[in-house]
Design a protein around this ligand. Structure first.
Ligand code: IMP
Length: 198
């Protein structure tokens, strides 16, 4: 079975590919499928943006397309950066490091450092049916970055129950507890049900 990931993010592709290979699914990126598409993320929820991306690719490729919309929600910042995680700080932040430094500055010495990563995975099939799963990983924002693994805000996030930051975990350790890993666990179960009903 071939599925397409509606994303150009290589790190996301590697994480999802590894987990979905357990189901015998070959996951290709949209560019590997010959599609150059940048869907405008106009939604205000992870669910809306995830569906926009999956539907945009499925309409053009006519294959099952998966999209992940994810981000970091910080309690003391009213849920920011949330769906704007990839573009947090706008023009003033050019890369992941500048974005997490911006977040650390905004949060300052706040005592409440509670936060969570959220991932919503949507799979849209050419017949219009879809599967939607949400995964969350609660934790807290560190006062300074730690670790080199992962991507995005991983160096400043410590998952609940862990001593290390997300960027200090191996890929397998991260997949076992991450928002995306959890959403995918649900996705795998729903996909099995989906095909069992056919
Ligand atoms: P999306 O491509 O619109 O879903 O943007 C997701 C953004 O959220 C990424 O660019 C990262 O900044 C952040 N993000 C999502 N998942 C993770 C993760 O697993 N670790 C660190 N940052 C993440």
């Amino acid at each position: 079975m071939t599925f397409i990931l509606a994303s150009n993010n290589k790190k996301k592709l590697a994480e999802l590919r590894e987990i979905l290979s357990e189901l015998g699914i070959e996951l290709l990126s949209q560019s590997e499928a010959g599609l150059q598409l940048e869907v405008e993320e106009t939604g205000t929820t992870f669910e809306e943006n995830s569906r926009l991306k999956a539907t945009g690719a499925c309409d053009l490729l006519n294959l099952p397309c998966i999209a992940d919309d994810s981000g970091l929600c910080v309690d003391a910042l009213g849920g920011e950066p949330g769906v704007y995680s990839a573009r947090y700080g706008g023009e003033r932040c050019k890369n992941d490091i500048e974005r997490y430094e911006y977040l650390l500055k905004k949060l300052g010495g706040a005592e409440n450092r509670a936060a969570k990563f959220v991932s919503v995975i949507t799979c849209v099939f050419p017949n219009g049916e879809s599967i939607v799963c949400r995964g969350e990983c609660p934790g807290e924002i560190l006062t300074a970055p730690r670790g080199e693994n992962g991507f995005g805000y991983d160096p400043i996030f410590r998952p609940e129950g862990m001593e290390r930051s997300m960027a200090e975990l191996s890929a397998d350790e991260k997949n076992a507890i991450s928002h995306r890993g959890r959403a995918l666990e649900k996705f795998k179960a729903k996909l099995r049900e989906y095909y069992a009903d056919k």
